[in-house]
Design a protein around this ligand. Sequence first.
Ligand code: ZN
Length: 411
Amino acid sequence: MLISDIFYTNRSLLGINNDISLYIIDTEIPLKLHWIPSGTKCFDWTVPKEWIIKKAILKDSQDNVIVDFRDNILHVINYSGNFNGKIHKTVLDDHVYYNIDLPDAIPYRTSYYDNIWGFCMSWNQYKELDDDFYIVDIESEFVNSSMSIGEAYIKGRSNREVILTSYICHPFQANDGLSGVQLLIELYKKLKSRDNYFTYRFFFMPETIGALALLSQGIVKPENVEYGLVATCVGYGEELSYKETFLGNHTVDNIVKRMGIETRKFQPYGSDERQFSSPNIRIPIGSLMRTPYQEYPQYHTSEDNMDLISHKLITETTDVYYDIIKRYEEEPRYVIRHNGGEPFLSKYGLYRLIGTVGHEEWEKIRNWVIFLSDGNNTISDMVIKSGYSMNKIKDCIKILVDKGVIKLLEY
Ligand code: ZN
């Protein structure tokens, strides 16, 4: 799996390890790189400086090394500031992070925008600390640099875009982030050989600030985007779980619902769907996962590693993404044949089919199908929005097409 080569790079928001990771992805699928310099305003945010960690060692008062970031980058908070000195254990306690529920795991912690310092270690290691004093030696530097974002692009017949994103900023984390990267690489290859209607744009970037940069720098223009999907947490867990777009009844949501996948309402927490869904942006974007972030105990710890995830599950999830995308392109949509308003049904002999069995129900279905024949709704939308079965919707469509009220949208 390609992401095995990326997993052990000390990635963060910016830096050479992110750039190397993108070059590794570029060996599989062609990437265009966007460079966003430190200090660039991204709406209310600013691209930070690059964090360069040179040393992060904790010793006891006898000079025994407790943790050293060279053994595992997770031992130091990502974006930790400098600190050097001998401190009492009670002070150290405020700067150490562990996870009692997973006593052998090292937590993954970040502090990108607050200048704090700290270490992460397993609970089992922490509870053995019985010295009164400890020696902290953290040396880090913050330098002006550029944030790299990789983009793979598949031109479709239409300029309408579908955006597909994942993030590369989590070092030593496999399911959270990298599993989505692997999925997008495989999805790109499948879509590349297809005659696509929409244009597909794949982004590999640091979470949050990467999405904000795309939007604020005009790399992604919301008005051009049909919908999006965030790929993460796709390599662990038997069941699929889909987080709906903020609209909840967008075509992509309805397609997934009709595929029988468990769906969850949008919540304004999670991954990059937050930025894409935010005020003044409002791109409908969903996220198809397996076990979602925060619901598997290894999340944000050293145990979210390559042993946790399965390539088979990632590939199976890729197939589901592909299926969603294909259905979105291929499901029929209908439009009314007249200019606007409801059709004059008597003209078509459709006003009252009195005497027919279930004519009241038929009239309701007929009105739903006409109402949704605006070119934006697929038959999945008609089923979900009306609450009637696919067979009934299809029967009604056939009558309305035969009578010349609606027609198939060609694109
Ligand atoms: Zn995360």
